[in-house]
Design a protein around this ligand. Sequence first.
Ligand code: R5P
Length: 293
Amino acid sequence: LIIIPGPSSQVLGKKIAELLKTETVTLHYKRFPDGESYIRLEGEIKNKSVVVVQTTSPPQDTNLMQLCLIADAARNHGAKKIIAVIPYMAYARQDKQFLPGEAVSIKTIANMLSANGITQLITVNIHAEQALKNFNFTTKNLSAIPLLAEHFKDKGYTGAFALAPDKGATKYAIEAAKILKGEYGWLQKERDRYTGQITVERKKLNVKNKDVIIFDDIISTGGTIVNAVKILKEQGARKIFTACVHPLLINDAQNKIIQSGAEEIIGTDCVPSPVSKVTVAPLIADTLKTLKE
Ligand code: R5P
């Protein structure tokens, strides 16, 4: 295997290569003044299996375009196989037609990747596993929730309550609770498909005087977490932390969450950010080790 750390995952890509003790191919990349992307591979990849590590967090479209350019260039320069490691899979929330006339965005992305020679995908906590049905090649969805839970365990929060801020995130709370050896629970959240407005049911939780860690896949605007923190405070929770795999942290999300009363936000380097303190490099490297060349 040979690793190409893409422009959006330079640090993570190099970490993975170090763990695998494998070579990397340097990329020359730039954006033209009009916004177009340019890439050039600066290494030999003929007859090699290449792994392109490129997250697709904002700016999603640019990062996806760069990934396609890298994959296509690798194919044209004789790569034997192209594996994409996309730690944050953009467009995965639009995995079906919710309203008449909508595009199924993830299907379009899957087709783009396939058309550019990618035959295998490794991603981390894709928003909904069912999105992977749209890919006509092999996919693997890893979970970084145990790594986040271990982080809190190492900090002494064994026994903390693991909260899912909506029903869909319950699987994350369950995964985390197994490691934290505490209770778990979830909130009932509804989002208006037209306005994006969320409402959360004020459900009774067993959190009085307990430390609580909220686990979610994505923090985007922070609205979901702020609502959850509010409910936890009303119910007498002690310290409240928030953990997510993909800290997109749009606009002032980080500030909003801290202002609402959360102690800290911990994310992973699936999305580089000031809170990305947990690395998924070992998780991805171990998975790559299991792949047949
Ligand atoms: C939604 O189901 C996701 O798991 C996250 O809860 C959501 O994307 C977070 O968005 P925001 O931070 O804008 O509330």
